[in-house]
Design a protein around this ligand. Structure first.
Ligand code: ADP
Ligand code: MG
Length: 224
């Protein structure tokens, strides 16, 4: 691949958390490069720093050291305001804990990233995305009126609706039964292929990891 294909690159990325018992060093110098349209699985035991790494890639937290570049721009240095715009334009995220808005319906949650942009097609696109994840019949339901797996699918619809260049997913099939999980994963992989989206997937699921172009393991604070 040529350099122009690089979407995301990390060099010497470190992250530690302060703690009364002594600083916790979670990431100790992560180097990686992710290309356009590539699907990558990140695996590693619980507590190895997978979610920490995703939150840095999403610009939701800052590294303690090193740099993260997105299409040549150093996102680890952007202001909160610039990061918000950057996320709205480029990023889809499926969090481990969904992070749906409790006071918004499924359709409103899924439409949110487009609403923020003032996109008039937000509601129609959200309705389609909900149908795609098998939730066409839950448009007007609030998160507390849905199961964990349904909330997970709303979160996936919300990530798909922007057709992002970078899609980050933290254990996306964790709350879904096998059949629904496979269908929803098909959607993520189809999107990656059609739109040349870079898909970075944290997973414990071997079958899912095997579907990715590459697999990287977090071990002792590094990606190997
Ligand atoms: P994983 O997703 O691989 O299970 P995490 O990234 O959630 O791992 O956590 C990695 C390590 O960082 C854990 O030991 C966890 O206790 C620690 N950690 C995560 N977030 C914080 C935080 N906000 N403050 C202190 N320690 C944290
Ligand atoms: Mg995690």
């Amino acid at each position: 691949m040529t350099h122009a294909d690089a979407v995301l690159s990390l060099s010497g990325v470190r992250k530690s958390y302060p703690h009364p018992a002594g600083e916790v060093e979670v990431l100790r110098g992560v180097d990686a490069r992710f290309d356009r349209g590539e699907t990558v699985a990140i695996i590693g035991p619980s507590g190895s720093g997978k979610s920490t790494l995703l939150s840095l890639l999403a610009g939701l937290d800052k590294p303690s050291g090193g740099a993260i570049h997105f299409l040549g721009r150093e996102i680890s240095q952007l202001s909160e305001r610039d990061l918000t715009v950057w996320r709205a334009e480029n990023l889809g995220i499926v969090f481990q804990q969904f992070h749906l808005m409790a006071h918004l319906t499924a359709a409103e949650n899924a439409a949110l990233p487009l609403d923020v942009r003032g996109d008039r097609s937000a509601r129609a696109a959200a309705a389609q995305a909900l149908t795609d994840v098998g939730l066409g019949h839950r448009q007007d339901h609030y998160p507390h009126e849905m199961s964990g797996g349904e909330c997970q699918r709303v979160a996936i619809a919300r990530a798909l609706v922007v057709k992002p260049r970078l899609l980050l997913a933290d254990e996306p099939s964790g709350n879904l039964d096998t059949k629904t999980g496979e269908h929803v994963m098909d959607l993520l992989f189809d999107l990656a292929k059609q739109k040349q989206t870079t898909l970075i997937l944290v997973t414990h699921n071997e079958l899912l990891a095997a579907r990715c172009d590459r697999r990287l393991a977090l071990s002792e604070g590094r990606l190997v």
